[in-house]
Design a protein around this ligand. Structure first.
Ligand SMILES: [Zn+2]
Length: 271
């Protein structure tokens, strides 16, 4: 599933292609995405200039001279820049054709992605309004994480993956950040020390930044804006390495299930 680094990689790849371009057409081949794409949308955005592309959590925000397109890649989506006359593949659901002759083409086999338009303040949109802080901004610091872990019994890994508290820390990155912080994923959040909270903030930032530099992780079917696969996988310490030796100390990595997701940790390195 595309996670924050993949979405950020997509944003960075597309930014120079979309900036100051006009939308020549929005051509929709399949309206039945997570939410049906409004029939009026093509007419609404045709001719508008794109000011820039931003990211909030796992949403891409195409800021138009009037309003914002909100795009989510869902479980299996990708958005790539192609020449508008490139033959379509199965599961290509729409083309946002630019006046440069490039199209942003959305492909999504499982159709959990979405394309929405909002005229008002995009950050006040119901899908964005309740999101927690961005993990790579100053709002997510040791004081913040320390504060939200007090009195919470929930496992620290589940807290990290709660997008109301911090956005964009998916399963891979939560596992890897906890390894770096030397904290076991099952620990009740409120048992973290101040020092551990600070280490965990650094771990989350480091693992996301490394994944962004590597061009996104994921793994099975993710491809970036230019169709290149991510190269982060070789650098994972624990994720999907159950039974294999810890890369730091050699102890076999343990795999457990938490809230229907797989967690991995080193019983020697993590407490
Ligand atoms: Zn270890």
């Amino acid at each position: 599933m595309p996670e924050l680094p993949e979405v950020e990689t997509t944003r960075r790849g597309l930014a120079p292609r979309v900036r100051k371009r006009r939308i020549a057409a929005l051509v929709i081949y399949e309206r039945r995405l997570r939410w049906p794409v409004a029939r009026s949308l093509s007419r609404k955005v045709a001719g508008l200039r794109i000011l820039r592309i931003e990211r909030r959590g796992k949403y891409l925000l195409l800021r138009l001279e009037s309003g914002t397109l909100l795009l989510h890649l869902g479980m299996s989506g990708n958005l790539r820049a192609v020449r508008a006359d490139t033959a379509r593949l199965p599961h290509d659901h729409f083309d946002l054709v630019l006046d440069s002759g490039i199209a942003l083409r959305f492909n999504d086999p499982r159709r959990f992605g979405s394309l929405l338009y909002t005229r008002g303040d995009a950050h006040a949109h119901p899908l964005l309004a309740h999101l927690g802080p961005e993990p790579l901004t100053r709002a997510f610091d040791a004081d913040y994480l320390w504060g939200i872990t007090r009195r919470r019994r929930v496992a620290i890994k589940q807290l990290l993956m709660n997008s109301h508290l911090v956005v964009g820390v998916g399963n891979i990155y939560a596992n890897e950040a906890l390894f770096r912080a030397r904290v076991r994923p099952q620990r009740p959040a409120r048992t973290l020390s101040r020092t551990e909270a600070a280490r965990l903030v650094r771990g989350v930032r480091a693992v996301l930044q490394q994944a962004i530099r590597a061009g996104g992780t994921t793994l099975r079917d993710y491809r970036g804006a230019d169709g290149a696969p991510g190269y982060f996988r070789q650098r994972l310490y624990v994720y999907e390495r159950g039974g294999k030796p810890c890369r730091r100390c050699g102890t076999p990595v343990r795999a457990v299930t938490q809230g229907q997701r797989s967690s991995y940790y080193c019983p020697a390195c993590q407490r």
